[in-house]
Design a binder for this molecule. Sequence first.
Ligand SMILES: [Zn+2]
Length: 348
Amino acid sequence: MRAVTVAPGTADSLELIEDYPEPAPEEGSILVESLAIGVCGTDHEIIAGEYGEAPPGERRLVLGHESLGRVLEDPTGTLQPGDLVAGIVRHPDPVPCPNCAAGEWDMCRNGRYTEHGIKALPGFARDRWRVQPPYAVPLDRALGQVGMLLEPTSIVAKAWDHIERIGQRSVWQPKTVLVTGAGPIGLLAALLAAQRGFSVHVLDLATSGPKPELVHALGATYHSVPVHELDFAPDVVLECTGAPTVVLEVMCKAAPNGIVCLAGVSSGGRTIDFDAGALNRSLVLENNVVFGSVNANRRHWELASDALRRADPLWLSALISRRVPVSSYADAYTSGPDDIKVVLEFAI
Ligand SMILES: [Zn+2]
């Protein structure tokens, strides 16, 4: 069968292997036919040789962590043949740490977790894969074209879960949400904000292309000005750019009792002149919270599945800029100027 692979640590080693072995039964009892894979920035970093780790004893890593598949067989009876399914990316560390032991592998303390298509587990960019029932998340049949959005949605479902838990520290009646960055994560964060009935604002540099229209379609307001020029103070911020200036500006912009969730990963190595004392003063005097959020556990995947089921399928489809067949796999990993989410299709 076909598999899209890289040699981790070696730049531009992307290669389609035509005779990759069938998934071993030890991978899981549920056999899945791959329909499509979403491509994201992590894949680009792995292809650039900056990130990624092959399974123990292997030289190559199968890519793909944003999965959508169709069940071929499940002897456990958990799922039926034909059911749509996505595979959870992260597996708990072998120790396990207290969080992994409780199923909170997204909060792993020792960093020894594994991740499909990223860290020591083969990814889903192959014709067939296997999964254990606890790591298989069923999807509504209506999501047959867009179910690969479940993984990025799980990331924002976790962010919202933690925002709401932090909010419970006091009487909390948020009204205004600011999302910075209108990539897939930012747009899905805005979708979940709109589903909660908040007044949603999305800020991005782009002034043309599909982003403004996608934001308007959520009933949200689109801004392409610097954060400090916004004329409101958001109760909740989801920072999805990782751009250092934006990160600092949203911390200063939040309303009293505001919660700022940092979900963008910065590359680092760039310094900017900044008054840390003024930021501290503002955070303390306004009871603000700034926290980071990454990955998701099974509960978040299920929340994400529910959020996608309730979303407008046409809006979700519009997030997918290009659908590339496996025969042209390299095109899926080459970014275009108006790309939001690029999808590699196996069998849709
Ligand atoms: Zn752990």
